[in-house]
Design a protein around this ligand. Structure first.
Ligand code: FAD
Length: 386
C-alpha cells in the first residue's frame, strides 16, 4: 500500500470514529455553520464535539504547520483529507475568514510571534475575524481608501469608515487596510489588526434582498491601535492586501470543492423533467462544471510545483462564481413555482430562493466579474489597451 493510500485509510478510520452523524448532513442554513469566536453559540453538542475533535488533531487547518495549530499535511495529503470528508458529506468543522484569508497572509508576512499567537487562535476557532477593506467610494478602486491612521509614536489613532464588512457585528477582531501616508497612493497603506471591542469601533447592519443581514457599515472614531499590530512593513500593506485577495478569490470561486462541482442534471432528472430545453441546459452545465473541476485540479498542481500564474485566482473567481450563479438559476427553473416559496415548509423556509439570491453577490464580493475580466485581459491574454 502506498503512503498516500495508508494515509487515506487512517483518515477514513478517524472520520468514522469522530465525525458525528449530525455533522454528515448538508448545511441548511446559517445556524448549521460553525464560525467559532468568543460569543459563538454551538447549535448542538455534535457541532461542538466535531470542532473539538478536529482542533485536537489540527484538522481545522490541515495543511498549516503543526507549530501554528495545523496538521502539517502535504498538499496531496490535504487533498485526501478533503476527498474523505466529501465522501461522507462531513460539514467543515470551522468556517472562518481567519482560515480562508488572514491565515495565509500571516503565514507569508507575519512575524514569528504573530504566527504563533494569531494562527493558533484561528486554528482553534477562538477568535472570529472580519475584513475591513471596502469603503464608500473605494471598492473596485480599493487603493483610493481614505481611513487614516495618525502616527502617535507607539500607536496609531485610526479614523474613517468601512462598508460591506461581513459579520462585523459578530466578529472579535478585524484585519483592516488603513492609510498611514497620505502622499503615497500604493505605498501609503498599512495592514492593521485590532480588537472590535477597542473604544471607538461601532457597527451598523445593512439588510440584503435575501432577507439576511451579514453586512455592516463599520465606523472608526479615534481608535487606538498599537504598533505591534501591523502585519508586514509600514506603508507596504498593499502587498499583504493583494496576497490575501488571491486567497479570498480562490475561496469564493469554490475551487477547493463545494457543491458547485457536483452534477445537477441527474438530481433534477430524478424528479422527472419534461422540458427538453432545460434538460439540454442542465447537461451543458454539468459539462462546464466538470471542465471547471479539471481546471481547478490543473491550477492546484501548478501551484504545488511553484508554476502558478499570479492571475489564476482571478480566472477561478470569474469562472467559479459565474458557474455558481448559473447552477442556482437552473435549480430555480427546474423547481418551478415551488422553488419561489419564501416561507414554506416544503422549501425549508425558502432555501432555494434565498440561496439563489445569495449567489447574485458572488460576482461582486472579493472583486467584481468586470474587474476580474480586466485582470485576465491584461495579465493573462496581454490584450492591447487592457
Ligand atoms: C456578499 C459580499 C460580501 C462582502 N464582504 C466584504 C467584507 O467582508 N469586507 C469588505 O471590505 N468588503 C466586502 N465586500 C465588498 C466588495 O469587496 C465590493 O463590493 C467589491 O469590491 C466591489 O466594490 P463596490 O461595491 O464599491 O463596486 P464599484 O467598484 O463601485 O463597482 C460598481 C460597478 O462598476 C464596475 N467597475 C468598477 N470599476 C471598473 C473597471 N475599472 N472596469 C470595468 N468595470 C468596473 C464594477 O464591476 C461594478 O459592476 C463584500 C461584497 C459582497 C457583495
Amino acid at each position: 500500500m502506498s503512503d498516500l493510500e495508508s494515509f487515506r485509510q487512517e483518515i477514513r478510520t478517524w472520520l468514522e470514529a469522530n465525525c458525528p452523524a449530525e455533522m454528515r448532513e448538508p448545511v441548511r442554513d446559517e445556524g448549521d455553520v460553525c464560525w467559532g469566536g468568543r460569543n459563538f453559540q454551538f447549535k448542538n453538542a455534535a457541532q461542538k464535539a466535531w470542532l473539538e475533535a478536529c482542533v485536537a488533531k489540527g484538522y481545522t487547518v490541515p495543511d498549516w504547520p503543526r507549530a501554528y495549530g495545523g496538521a502539517g499535511m502535504s498538499p496531496a495529503e490535504a487533498k485526501v483529507w478533503r476527498e474523505e470528508c466529501a465522501r461522507i458529506g462531513a460539514r467543515p468543522p470551522l468556517s472562518s475568514f481567519g482560515i480562508w484569508m488572514l491565515g495565509p497572509a500571516l503565514l507569508k508576512f507575519g512575524t514569528e510571534e504573530q504566527k504563533v499567537h494569531y494562527l493558533g487562535e484561528i486554528a482553534r476557532g477562538e477568535i472570529r475575524w472580519c475584513q475591513g477593506y471596502s469603503e464608500p467610494g473605494s471598492g473596485s478602486d480599493l487603493v483610493s481608501l481614505q481611513t487614516f491612521g495618525e502616527d502617535q509614536g507607539d500607536h496609531w489613532v485610526v479614523n474613517g469608515q468601512k462598508i460591506w464588512t461581513s459579520y462585523a457585528d459578530k466578529a472579535d477582531w478585524i484585519f483592516c487596510l488603513v492609510r498611514t501616508d497620505k502622499a503615497n497612493k500604493y505605498q501609503g497603506i498599512s495592514f492593521l489588526l485590532f480588537d472590535m471591542t477597542t473604544p471607538g469601533v461601532t457597527t451598523k447592519p445593512i439588510k440584503l434582498i435575501s432577507g439576511n443581514s451579514p453586512f455592516c457599515e463599520t465606523f472608526f472614531d479615534n481608535v487606538v491601535v498599537p504598533k505591534t499590530q501591523i502585519v508586514g512593513d509600514l506603508n507596504r500593506g498593499w502587498d499583504v492586501a493583494k496576497y490575501l485577495l488571491g486567497h479570498e478569490r480562490e475561496m469564493i470561486s469554490g475551487a477547493g470543492g463545494g457543491d458547485r462541482l457536483n452534477a445537477i442534471g441527474a438530481i433534477v432528472a430524478r424528479n422527472g423533467l419534461e422540458d427538453p430545453i432545460l434538460r439540454a441546459e442542465l447537461a451543458m452545465f454539468d459539462v462546464d462544471a466538470l471542465a471547471y473541476g479539471c481546471m481547478g485540479e490543473k491550477f492546484l498542481d501548478e501551484a504545488k510545483v511553484g508554476k502558478a500564474h499570479p492571475a489564476q485566482p482571478n480566472m477561478m473567481k470569474y469562472a467559479g462564481t459565474e458557474l455558481n450563479k448559473r447552477r442556482h438559476e437552473l435549480l430555480m427553473s427546474a423547481g418551478g413555482a415551488t422553488a419561489l416559496e419564501w416561507d414554506s415548509e416544503r422549501t425549508s423556509g425558502g432555501t432555494p430562493a434565498r440561496s439563489w439570491l445569495r449567489t447574485k453577490a458572488n460576482s461582486i464580493e472579493g472583486g467584481t466579474s468586470e474587474v476580474m475580466l480586466n485582470v485576465i485581459a491584461k495579465r493573462i491574454l496581454d490584450l492591447p489597451g487592457a
